[in-house]
Write a protein that binds this ligand. Structure first.
Ligand code: HEM
Length: 568
């Protein structure tokens, strides 16, 4: 029988002078703290064991840590690779040119396409293997991996200083704000190190604590019910929603995130809105904001040399949203004053009011948080929901199964939805997890290593930029049997398809820098699924496979012309 460890198990070297020949004393500790194996490196148990998938050589303590995971692997195999790592220079990859390294590859590779970035990376790992080294001009040496063991090492070894790449253009826009509003402190998405942690440590609880997110459930439910009525309007006469239905989902997502980030109903779902109305302008601006950020951030960073068109557009729409954020902050400050003077002990503060009353956060910090929530929280939720509806529509059995649970747990469609209802329908989470396994919105996750580690049997030095390819890992048969199939029940608590590597599908990332909007996104998507399945059966008549666009986030490219058939 396989051994299972919950906690870390430790390997302590007896001698440290020559790692290859060092004698390691090994102690494996089980979840309940009992010692399971004591011995030296030469006497590893050779049977398959169920946890130690990852070995982290922590240079500080010069010890190896096997941490708890979930896949079957021989300790011997892991330890041998880790104790005798191959050189960094031996990692396969395209031959770099002097000075510019592999930069030209991005312009010349047959699969490089700015509309499908994922395809390029998948092709590179097919050509060179599961771990690849690249050198790009002006950036640290890069290692790309498709091993979940490496992902575990990556996240755990960078837990205290999770630096990633991206959002440099957004940072530039904030740094060069004409009023110096941000004072070079540009927020969660863009900062690193202590400045990032200053903000993150203060927003963590208000944004991720289930209780504070649940406070918005009635309002999110209200917006979602409005959207259900909108569906009837949208498919009137044709029996199916129009090809730009994804744009409709964006409006719904903006309305929902606005409830939290701006603390107000924006009115994006009101019927009969004119193009020049405030909500419609806002919807257009949110789209333009995201598209400009995408254009500026991916591909060659020409904005570093001159004010490119995407840079100027990003600046314009960013400033429009900044004005809105400042207005919302003023309103929240006035309300806070009223709360203080009325001294009502039962009045619960909104998330924005909580942030404004938090020591160590000032108005411009709160403004960056609002802007980041708007930038990161619309497209992501809408796209994830688009993929989920598509998969449910293509798998009527799975849809029926979820519908039946929704009916039995929530019952009457006119009754208010509660956090207890959502918690009692684990199928909602399973469907979303499976959707994001098949369509991971973020194709890869990056970190800059802060210590030397061993990945896939190679020593990788501190300072290396490591990119883990979630889109490849989460579709490997080795980690997900019948990987191409939509099987939400694989996430059931008893894991009917066998144990799963906990680092093989992490759509919201992991650790201290994981998505701070995860609970907000889940609550919105679950609410939508409950309300839509109560009222309709979703169908997608077209047989073609989903085409996707992979830029900043993965996006459905096939028009989402669903039929929402009213239930009898
Ligand atoms: C299905 C929906 C979503 C997915 C799959 C997703 C995924 C992610 C991922 C992978 C990261 C990168 C974390 C890292 O570097 O380790 C991230 C960061 C972030 N997300 Fe989300 N996200 C989603 C929805 C949202 C929503 C709704 C919001 C806000 C309302 C949001 C706000 C953020 C912010 C502010 C960060 C930066 C956190 C930091 O650097 O500290 N996300 N998200």
């Amino acid at each position: 029988m396989a051994l299972r460890f919950k906690n870390c198990s430790m390997l302590t070297p007896k001698t440290t002078c020559q790692p290859q020949r060092a004698q390691y004393f090994i102690r494996l500790i089980s979840g309940n703290g009992h010692s399971i194996f004591n011995g030296t490196a030469g006497k590893f148990p050779t049977q398959q064991v169920a946890l130690p998938s990852c070995a982290l050589p922590l240079t500080v303590k010069n010890s190896l840590i096997f941490s708890a995971s979930g896949c079957h692997r021989s300790i011997h195999e892991v330890a041998t690779k880790t104790l005798n790592p191959k050189n960094f220079s031996d990692i396969p990859g395209p031959k770099p040119l002097p000075l510019i390294g592999n930069t030209l590859l991005f312009f010349t590779h047959k699969d490089f396409d700015l509309n499908n970035v994922q395809k390029f990376w998948e092709s590179i790992t097919r050509e060179y293997g599961g771990i690849v080294k690249l050198k790009v001009f002006g950036a640290p040496t890069m290692v790309v991996t498709t091993s979940p063991d490496d992902v575990e090492i990556l996240y755990k070894s960078t837990m205290e200083d999770p630096r990633r790449i991206g959002f440099e253009c957004l940072k530039a826009v904030r740094d060069h704000n004409k009023d110096n509003f941000f004072n070079k402190k540009t927020g969660l998405l863009t900062e690193h190190g202590e400045e990032w942690w200053r903000v993150r440590s203060r927003v963590q609880a208000p944004l991720l604590r289930p209780r504070s997110v649940a406070m918005y459930l009635p309002a999110v439910d209200g917006a979602t019910k409005k959207f259900m009525n909108r569906i009837d309007l949208l498919q009137e006469g044709t029996g199916q929603v129009p090809p730009d239905f994804l744009h409709e989902l964006h409006k719904w997502a903006l309305e929902c995130v606005g409830l939290i980030a701006l603390n107000r109903e924006l009115g994006c779902l009101d019927p009969g809105l004119r193009q020049d109305s405030f909500p419609m302008q806002l919807v257009a601006s949110a789209n333009a904001f995201f598209n400009a950020a995408t254009e500026a951030e991916i591909g060659f960073p020409a904005w570093m040399f001159y004010r490119t068109k995407p840079y100027v557009r990003l600046e314009t729409h960013h400033d429009a949203f900044l004005a809105l954020a400042i207005e919302a902050i003023k309103e929240a400050e006035d309300r806070l004053q009223e709360v203080t003077s009325s001294q009502d002990p039962h009045r619960r503060l909104s998330i924005m009011e909580t942030l404004l009353s938090t020591d160590g956060l000032n108005r411009s910090d709160v403004a960056t948080i609002i802007l980041d929530l708007l930038l990161a929280g619309i497209e992501t939720t809408a796209n994830a929901l688009g993929f989920t509806l598509y998969l449910l529509a293509r798998h009527p059995q799975e849809q029926r199964r979820l519908q039946e649970t929704v009916d039995s747990v929530v019952g009457d469609a006119s009754a208010p939805l509660t956090p207890q209802h959502l918690a009692a329908i684990p199928g909602l989470g399973h469907v979303l997890r499976e959707t994001l396994r098949l369509y991971p919105l973020v194709f890869g996750s990056s970190r800059i290593l802060c210590s030397d580690v061993v990945m896939s049997g190679y020593r990788v030095p501190a300072g290396t930029l490591v990119l883990s390819l979630q889109s490849v890992i989460s579709q490997q048969e080795e980690f997900f049997p019948e990987a191409k199939k939509f099987l939400p029940q694989r996430w059931d608590r008893d894991r009917p398809f066998g144990p799963m590597h906990p680092f093989a599908s992490l759509p919201f990332s992991h650790g201290t820098r994981m998505c701070v909007g995860r609970r907000i996104a889940e609550q919105q998507i679950f609410t939508f699924l409950v309300r839509v399945l109560q009222k309709y059966t979703v169908r997608f008549e077209h047989q073609e496979e989903m085409r996707v666009k992979s830029q900043f986030t993965l996006k459905p490219e096939t028009p989402l012309t669903f039929t929402f058939a009213p239930r009898a």
